[in-house]
Design a protein around this ligand. Sequence first.
Ligand SMILES: [Mn+2]
Length: 354
Amino acid sequence: MTGSVGPHTGSHTGSPAEEPPDDEAPGYEGLATFCHRPWIPDLADLAARGPDVAVIGAPFDIATTHRPGARFGPRALRALAYEPGTYHLDLGIEIFDWLDVVDAGDARCPSGQTEASHRNIRTKVGGIAGLGIVPVVIGGDHSITWPAASGVAEAVGWGELGLLHFDAHADTADIIDGNLASHGTPMRRLIESGAVRGRNFVQVGLRGYWPPPDVFAWMRKQDMRWHLMHEVWERGSRAVVTDAIAQAVDGCRALYLSVDIDVLDPGFAPGTGTPEPGGMSPADLLRAVRQIALDTPLVAADIVEVAPPYDHAENTVNNAHRVAMEVFAALAHRRRAAAGGVPDLPGRDPHATR
Ligand SMILES: [Mn+2]
């Protein structure tokens, strides 16, 4: 965490024009920035303001192996999510009183161009991470985690970044249909390049029918750890997530959280490219994300594979949006705790009963 500790008063260096016209307005009103936060796409402007967190869109989906559509994820998360308020009940905190979050716009992803798109994502995410701002990247298919986490590793230390990965799929294939930058291969690229060490790469929620055993043999050789959905079912999410955290941060100075929304059961998140039945519930995923943001040196996160064309009633959009809200709330809680503050009603200390 960087920057000052304490409630934000609204008197930062950004110009008034950057502020949304009325942050009390309902979510369906006005400009569709993430959570109606100020829109600050320029890196110099971000450096001048120095927010705690910057949301970045990565509207890219040509690396998907099945249903395309995740390029529309960032826009949907900004425009369609139900915004009920900003007070987190469990932590008893008015999130944006303690955490300055801005919307840094999108990395440019020109149609049909994987290399240019990935390069732009890496530059934008890495530049923001290099300022000590926590990037929260909204995808986009999962291929974007390769450039995004590479950019973060460059900023915080190559090979010193742990990665906690929630997904139905391992995404560690070598090559798919001739594509090294598929949404089924990013995790292998990150380990091969040394951006993330295999032993600090931990996966939760894997299930279904892919990948085959030779891929798991490669993963084992890299000392990767995985927790199948079956283990979550057997032991419960809380115990598994506690173990996954310990494995991911062991010997690491920073953590990247990657959430493929298809880790949720398709009943909760139908709007995604490769839905796999038998997944996590939102109640478990949201608490897992909260626990991770509370208890690890989290420096970046992404939420990927939201494909609005297949969504129903904004279920997928709302679940993905709340993943980001849990990150925000937990980071806000840490700032308040560092300043000696405690949860207001009806919240309680998240560590009191553990
Ligand atoms: Mn997946």
